[in-house]
Design a binder for this molecule. Structure first.
Ligand SMILES: Nc1ncnc2c1ncn2[C@@H]1O[C@H](COP(=O)(O)OP(=O)(O)O)[C@@H](O)[C@H]1O
Ligand SMILES: C[C@@](O)(CCOP(=O)(O)O)CC(=O)O
Length: 392
């Protein structure tokens, strides 16, 4: 049998509306973006002991572990020739097993950075879960991960990482089982999203599931606390600038800040949250209208959407989660008449600028130049890119 090679990409995401207010019961909507993570798994003929070579380029990681030790420790019969016989595991005990393995195989495991440790834990968790009942892994393999996303800045790099990894493992298993599918079917996507959710739990404790759903299926996903993330049945391809303030932020600290503000100003904060909810609902309606064939009054609809982005930002700023750099970016966008808001927890991280289709390219170029001159990183991209995909 030929040596197997699999290449998978998964997009990042932005929260369009509903950051913070989602924690108080209001609806949120997230959308995939045109910046991707890529995983390549390459099987290599084993000369000595077969190994798994893990290369996470963005984290400067290049680690090898013996395949046989992983197999002996995690894999168990009944072995199957089908990729469909997947098993459910208890999250906490499986993770404890993963941690024990890492600490045994790499006695210096605790010396890795937190970011590296989280990625290695997620890697082995998914690897050992997805391949647990196969006896088809005999050769060495390298698993190489690269990303266009900034890691840890609210654009879904952890979900994109997890979705990409789970999808690449699943596709590798399918090929090893003799399946030549060139696309992911709905049942594959559901499984990939569910596996990625387990990795998100490792990274975040109690994720809502909106990120892994968005990075798996692409396009727009709505979410209300206590419910299941819901894929919206229309698409968008709005052009945006994704502007990185390069100011690091701590989501947990910002969430606590809002909670303390609410303790002191309950009614006022409730009203702000409710207003955010109205903004989200109206924005979803406009996005749906813009997605229709033969849509009329496009300009007006984009103007309305820009109002909502601006309003949403100011509501969030009233909660104290903006930052001078975010306000600076908004001021630059306003000079050229573009709507702009923070995305994610705020306090730094990213802003998004809405670029209507009628926008003049020279104007956009001037804004990009202004932002870059001020030291921000700018990516010209679009909303609503495809979800996880196989690359041939
Ligand atoms: N390309 C990547 N390679 C390896 N690990 C990654 C990659 N992208 C993200 N991660 C993991 O995801 C974590 C980032 O999660 P988080 O702080 O929530 O950021 P984000 O908001 O970008 O998802 C990192 O600590 C790292 O463990
Ligand atoms: C502030 C919050 O609403 C969004 C956080 O977004 P991000 O992780 O910064 O993209 C928190 C949450 O929903 O868990």
């Amino acid at each position: 049998m030929d040596l197997c090679k699999v290449k998978v990409t998964a997009p990042g995401k932005v929260i369009l509306h509903g950051e913070h207010s989602v924690l108080y019961g209001e609806i949120a909507v997230a959308c995939s973006i045109g910046l991707k993570t890529t995983t390549v798994i390459q099987e290599v003929k084993a000369i000595n002991e077969p190994s798994i070579n893990i290369i996470f380029l963005s984290l400067g990681l290049n680690e090898s572990i013996p395949l046989k030790k992983v197999v002996d420790y995690f894999f168990e019969p009944p072995f199957s020739k089908s990729w469909k016989n997947h098993i459910e595991v208890d999250h906490a005990s499986h993770l404890a097993k993963v941690d024990l393995f890492w600490n045994t195989i790499k006695p210096n495991f605790e010396k890795f950075s937190e970011v590296q440790k989280q990625s290695l834990r997620s890697f082995l968790y998914l690897f050992s879960k997805i391949f647990a009942h196969t006896d088809l892994l005999k050769n060495s393999m390298s698993v190489k991960m690269t990303t266009e996303l900034t890691i840890g800045a609210g654009t879904g790099s952890s979900a994109s990482f997890a979705v990409c990894l789970a999808a690449a493992f699943l596709q590798f298993l399918k090929v090893k089982c003799g399946c030549n599918d060139k696309i992911f079917h709905l049942e594959d996507l559901e499984r990939i999203s569910a596996e990625a959710f387990e990795s998100e739990k490792i990274m975040h404790g109690t994720p809502s599931g909106i990120d892994n759903t968005t990075c798996t299926f692409g396009s727009l996903v709505a979410y209300k606390k206590g419910g299941t993330p819901r894929l919206l049945d229309f698409k968008t391809n709005i052009r945006i600038l994704l502007v990185d303030t390069k100011v690091s932020r701590n989501t947990k600290r910002l969430v606590s800040h809002v909670s303390a503000l609410k303790d002191r100003n309950s009614n006022a904060v409730d009203c702000v949250m409710m207003a955010c909810g109205h903004v989200t609902t109206t924005a979803i309606k406009i996005l749906e209208e813009l997605a229709q064939d033969g849509v009329k009054d496009t300009e007006e609809k984009y103007r309305h959407l820009a109002d909502l982005w601006n309003m949403n930002h100011c509501l969030l700023a009233s909660l104290g989660v903006s930052h001078p750099a975010l306000e600076d970016i908004r001021a630059s966008a306003a000079v050229y008449g573009f709507g702009c808001k923070l995305t994610g927890a705020g306090g730094g991280g990213h802003a998004i600028v809405l670029l209507p289709p009628s926008s003049d390219q020279t104007t956009i170029d001037s804004l990009i130049a202004d932002l870059k001159n001020k030291g921000y990183a700018v990516k010209d991209t679009h909303l609503g890119s495809d979800g996880v995909s196989l690359e041939m």
